[in-house]
Design a protein. Structure first.
Lengths: 347, 45
């Protein structure tokens, strides 16, 4: 087996987190967009959470509060000692909010997929450990579900040599803007023991996603997957991330977005490929999922928040791959309608 | 002036060729065998 989050350090941290476990937890959701609304809806209907505080711009928090009923309220996300704060707002806002949540003793679940946000969140590790709370960076569809799938596939091999992730589609408008910017920015991959930055839009590779998405050309982009996966898989020599793009998206990546993003996004998909060795033989394991990205991201963020308030994550700042027990997490995700698949046969 | 026009024309042609090469083609061949199966049962042990 490969690295596991188990260990004395992990146990101490788990105990610290477990002290906060409560059946009447209060959880705040900051950013009531396509993803935040899904996470809030899940949290308002689960047993671990007694109340959900909604925070966001415009009329959306009030509209969502009306549909969620008496367990939801609109207000300051940091008032009332929340057990966890789910950050689902625009890129660039997550680190400062996470710092405030940690100072208040709350776990942080961030759906951030921007490089700067994820780097900033992972840098809060010392503060999070000192406060005995968990900061989960990249708790969405990709990264997020990709991290859980990578951990699950890694448990099927003895040694992990390479991890390659790819994603197709976007969630809400903020996700679409992030996707557009990522394609024109420098990617960051882990390659042979060092971080390598290359131009976004380069490195075309045909990636096979679960049906009906199928085979789609994917390219390097400014994606944080390698930053999140590298600490969880120290034996991996290569960790890369790519995102799907069509010709128009590649040609216009350096321009402002020419079209208004779709408010909810359409079908999306993720794929994770783990290359390694099992009993001395080289093996390749591939898993993926399809869903509307905002729906899946909301499910992952909501479930991660529930696990955090239940004391199932170690203290510190991590990606999901470093803290999650993947099989039960995927099992619970499937119960929420987000089902993963495994590629069987040649690839 | 002629030299400048030729240089601009050459850069323009090179840019068009580069753009064509960039968007044409594909990144590989799709698999001919195999398929996706939902992760459940023993796969989630």
């Amino acid at each position: 087996m490969t690295t596991s989050p188990a260990g004395a350090d992990h146990d101490d941290a788990m105990a610290s987190s477990a002290d906060r476990t409560t059946g009447d937890a209060r959880v705040s959701v900051v950013g009531i967009g396509a993803t935040g609304a899904r996470a809030a809806r899940q949290l308002a209907s689960c047993d671990e959470v007694a109340s959900v505080v909604l925070s966001g711009h415009g009329d959306r928090p009030d509209a969502l509060r009306r549909s969620l009923g008496e367990r939801a309220s609109v207000g300051d996300p940091f008032v009332g000692a929340p057990a966890a704060v789910v950050l689902a707002g625009p890129a660039g806002t997550h680190v400062d909010l996470a710092r405030r949540a940690i100072a208040g003793g709350a776990h942080v679940i961030s759906s951030a997929d921007a490089l700067a946000d994820v780097e900033g969140l992972l840098a809060l590790d010392v503060e999070a450990r000192a406060a005995g709370v968990t900061v989960v960076a990249g708790a969405g569809f990709a990264p997020g579900l990709t991290c859980v799938l990578a951990r699950h596939l890694a448990d099927w091999v003895d040694v992990v040599d390479e991890i390659h992730t790819a994603r197709f589609g976007t969630g809400g408008p903020a996700c679409a803007r992030s996707h557009h910017e990522a394609l024109s920015s420098k990617s960051i991959d882990w390659r042979d023991g060092e971080w390598v930055r290359r131009s976004g839009g380069s490195g075309r590779e045909l990636c096979v996603f679960p049906d009906p998405v199928g085979s789609v050309d994917c390219y390097r982009a400014a994606l944080p997957d390698a930053l999140l996966l590298r600490p969880a898989f120290p034996s991996a020599e290569r960790i890369t991330a790519r995102q799907a793009a069509n010709r128009r998206q590649r040609l216009t990546a350096w321009l402002p977005m020419l079209r208004r993003p779709h408010p909810e996004g359409r079908i999306g998909a993720v794929r994770v490929e783990v290359r390694g060795h099992r009993e001395g033989a080289a093996v390749v394991e591939v898993a993926g999922a399809i869903d509307r990205p905002a729906v899946a991201a909301g499910a992952v963020a909501g479930l991660a928040a529930r696990w955090a308030v239940s004391g199932r994550f170690a203290a510190g700042a991590h990606g999901l791959a470093a803290v999650v027990d993947p099989a039960p997490f995927l099992h619970e995700l499937a119960a929420l309608g987000v089902r993963a698949a495994r590629f069987i046969g040649s690839d | 002036m002629t030299l400048l026009r030729r240089a601009i024309a050459a850069i323009g042609v090179a840019a068009m060729i580069a753009a064509g090469l960039r968007i044409r083609g594909t990144g590989g061949t799709p698999p001919r065998t195999g398929g996706w199966r939902e992760l459940k049962g023993p796969d989630l042990q």
